[in-house]
Design a protein around this ligand. Structure first.
Ligand code: PDD
Length: 278
């Protein structure tokens, strides 16, 4: 496939970044994962706005304006065969400089983009649901920034995988925050809630699409906190992310969720989501 590195389009195997890049040295950077359907990036503007917000929070200026970056993304997709590209990974780091923690004076951001196919979500994940575990939130207090520092997420998703689960849900001070790579919804009395924006929640684009669709269709979905002690009695639990869309969770820490089957509100939300991307 073709990658983008600082203005150049080149074969992935030839794409290079310096080992002095601050992304490599300090995880001093931010990223986005943008889903692509039929060669068209989905919710591109929302992803680019969130990228600008992440950059602003780490005191970086955008490397170029949203329109220019959007053009580069579309060109990358075209160079990768259009519909063969199903997701764009975009990373911006503070750039290359001798290793020293404070910001370097003279530095140019590193902008890297890749395209990749996305394996289809297995039909049985949607039909039967996936398993999750809960875990104490060992991340930092700025999870609203889409930082490339993902070691806690990597460790916890491996722990989930070791337990035969798909995802881990972070619990901070008794409240469920989000998954290690997804947002979370829980249903009580037929009403779905997802934790509101805060320092331990990424403002997920897919989550926002679900909230927007629910509003349009009059489905009972809103923001609200989820107590970890209430999670086991949820009628339904769902996960959302750009690459997995909406997934039903039917096992929580080894126990069934609700009746152990994906629920009716999940179905309505997934149908609405699929209609929107289609
Ligand atoms: N992860 N929360 C976290 C911690 C995430 O890493 C992600 C996405 C989400 C969902 O956000 P969105 O709907 O905007 O994709 C929530 C991406 C897909 C990843 O790291 O691969």
């Amino acid at each position: 496939s073709i990658a983008y590195v600082n203005g150049a389009f080149l074969p992935l195997g030839e794409a290079r970044v310096s080992i002095l890049d601050r992304g490599f040295q300090f995880a001093d950077g931010v990223y986005e994962v943008i889903p692509v359907y039929g060669g068209r990036p989905f919710r591109l503007d929302a992803h680019l706005r969130r990228l600008e917000r992440s950059l602003n929070e780490i005191r970086m200026s955008p490397p170029m304006d949203r329109e220019a970056l959007g053009e580069r993304i579309r060109e990358l997709i075209t160079r990768n065969g259009g519909s063969d590209c199903q997701q764009v990974y975009l990373q911006v780091t503070r750039g290359e400089a001798p290793r020293n923690h404070p910001f370097p004076r003279e530095v140019h951001p590193t902008v890297v983009m890749t395209c990749s196919p996305v394996p289809p979500v297995p039909a049985e994940w949607v039909q039967d649901g996936v398993s999750v575990i809960t875990a104490e939130d060992i991340r930092w207090a700025r999870c609203d920034i889409k930082s490339i520092a993902l070691l806690p997420n990597v460790m916890m998703r491996q722990k989930a995988a070791d337990a035969g689960a798909y995802e881990a849900l972070w619990v901070h001070e008794g409240a469920v925050q989000e998954g290690a790579a997804s947002n979370v919804f829980a249903v009580y009395g037929g009403q779905a809630v997802t934790p509101p924006d805060g320092p331990r929640v990424l403002p997920g684009i897919t989550r926002d699409v679900v909230l927007e669709l629910a509003e349009e269709r009059g489905l009972p979905v809103s923001t609200g906190s989820i107590a970890a002690s209430d999670l086991a009695r949820a009628e339904e639990i769902w996960l959302t992310s750009s690459t997995k869309e909406v997934l039903p969770v039917t096992r929580l820490d080894g126990e069934p969720v609700g009746d152990g089957r994906p629920g009716p509100l999940f179905r309505s939300v997934l149908d609405a989501y699929r209609a929107r991307i289609g």
